[in-house]
Design a protein around this ligand. Structure first.
Ligand code: PLP
Length: 448
């Protein structure tokens, strides 16, 4: 793919940054020293002055097929010209039905229904509400408790932050979170599992057994447990072997629904279409967004087993079965982008490409082990994390400096706490892996 035409790019001097309150950003720090991305193609971003930056984070974990895909551009333009918008409440349109059918075709067989949202946060809140509604419909209305996990990230809706376990995201709203929530311990255990390749060996079943303690405490009031298969936003915390299996069996034993938040792991990130196929463990519902349209148009979807859906299809036919939905649920333009994205994924076998690259990716990442301040390296599929020792009294400062230095050296990566997190588009090749890892090596020396 060629670099994009620079004619359309506005110079930095013309950008007024005063009005946009940027999300999850230290606005004053950023605006004093901004990092601006003006264009994108394939594996690369370009700054306003035309500097090429390897995208080692697939945007925000979403551009799995790489940037600027012409098929998506064409599909969106054509859909805007055919049907720009149609309501989904009591009206239907062909593209949403077609996209839903295609989505369930790539999901494990039991997941034959999807509910459309516009984001990961909305997918999470939707899944939690469906879980509550399911129990109520079955006469188990006392099951109102939702269990998340420490260090979990499930977006920023009130449901998502209530089951989420990122302290900073909760602190400001602490008195207004949902009641009836509790949390499993996180599974990060560097004492036993540092520098694991893939799934760590130690502690999986033990961490999952903590759910038995919550059942003992809360009795039969638990409706659902929600976890990320890999806790990406707190530094790519990979669950130890046996964790998922044990969690599933405890949920089954106590009639608790298991929800996987696959907003990041969905659509090929682990080398399988969905994480449930990687782990060989199926949840009852799973949430998606991001890669569903290659990040091009906002869209999310909750997948569920037919049994969950059917439990709510029991009232009189004229009755709305679920009092929930969004103006843009199943938006035709978003669904058109999604259909074009699935075509690319299928044609280029991107949903399984991660499996063929996983070894090379892991070898390259783990070659950073002896760089200054590296205290752990984690990987799974095409996810990587390099954790650094914090500077005295300044948690996160070293990783922030590393992220800035990497961007200046031509690689975009994320940082969270003192961890550098990487998740490049699944079209990446060996030369990109080399550039990402060699740049990281130089950057780690520069922030020592
Ligand atoms: N769930 C998980 C696991 C995520 O990683 C994210 C975003 O990173 C979300 C939910 C929220 O998604 P969104 O930002 O689209 O609302």
């Amino acid at each position: 793919m060629n670099a994009p035409d620079r004619a359309a790019v506005r110079p930095m001097s013309e950008i007024d940054m005063s009005s946009w309150w940027m999300p999850f950003t230290a606005n004053r720090q950023f605006k004093a020293s901004p990092r601006i991305i003006a264009q994108a193609r394939g594996m690369y971003y370009y700054t306003p002055d035309g500097r090429e930056v390897v995208d080692a984070s697939a945007g925000l974990w979403c551009v799995n097929a790489g940037h600027g895909r012409q098929e998506i551009v064409d599909a969106v333009a054509a859909q805007l010209g055919t049907l720009d918008y149609a309501p989904g409440f009591n009206m239907g349109h062909p593209v949403a039905f077609e996209f839903a059918s295609k989505l369930v075709d790539i999901a494990p067989a039991a997941f034959d229904k999807v509910f459309f949202t516009n984001s990961g946060s909305e997918s999470v809140d939707t899944a939690l509400k469906i879980a509550l509604a399911y129990h109520r419909a079955r006469g188990d209305g006392h099951r109102t408790r939702l269990i998340g996990r420490e260090r979990g990230y499930h977006g920023v809706g009130f449901g998502g932050i209530s089951v989420g376990g990122m302290v900073a995201n909760r602190r400001m709203f602490a008195n207004s979170l949902l009641p009836h929530c509790d949390h499993l311990p996180h599974t990060h255990d560097p004492e036993r599992n540092a520098f694991s390749r893939g799934l760590p060996e130690h502690g999986g079943a033990g961490f999952a057994d903590e759910l038995e303690r919550l059942v003992a405490l809360h009795g039969d009031t638990i409706a659902a447990v929600i976890i990320e298969p890999v806790a990406c936003s707190t530094g790519a915390l990979v669950p130890p072997k046996g964790y998922m299996e044990r969690l599933r069996s405890i949920c089954d034993k106590h009639g608790i629904l298991l929800i996987f938040d696959e907003v990041i792991t969905g659509f090929g990130r682990l080398g399988t279409p969905f994480a449930s196929q990687y782990f060989g463990v199926e949840p009852d519902l799973f949430t998606t967004a991001k890669g569903i349209t290659n990040g091009a148009v906002p869209l999310g979807a909750v997948f569920m087993k037919g049994t969950i859906h059917d439990a709510l299809m029991t009232g009189p036919e004229p009755m709305i079965e679920l009092f929930h939905g969004y103006t843009y649920s199943g938006h035709p333009v978003a669904c058109a982008a999604g259909l074009a994205t699935l075509d690319i994924y299928e044609r280029e076998k991107l949903l399984t490409r991660g499996a063929t690259l996983e070894q090379e990716w892991a070898d390259a990442l783990h070659s950073l082990r002896n760089c200054p301040n590296v205290v752990d390296i984690r990987n799974l599929g095409i996810i990587g994390a390099v954790e650094l020792a914090p500077r005295d009294g300044k948690v996160g400062a070293r990783a922030y400096d590393a992220m800035v230095a990497a961007f200046e050296a031509g690689v975009l990566m994320r940082y969270t706490g003192d961890t550098l997190a990487m998740s490049p588009p699944l079209i990446l090749e060996g030369k990109h892996i080399d550039r990402i890892v060699e740049t990281t090596r130089k950057v780690l020396a520069s922030v020592a």
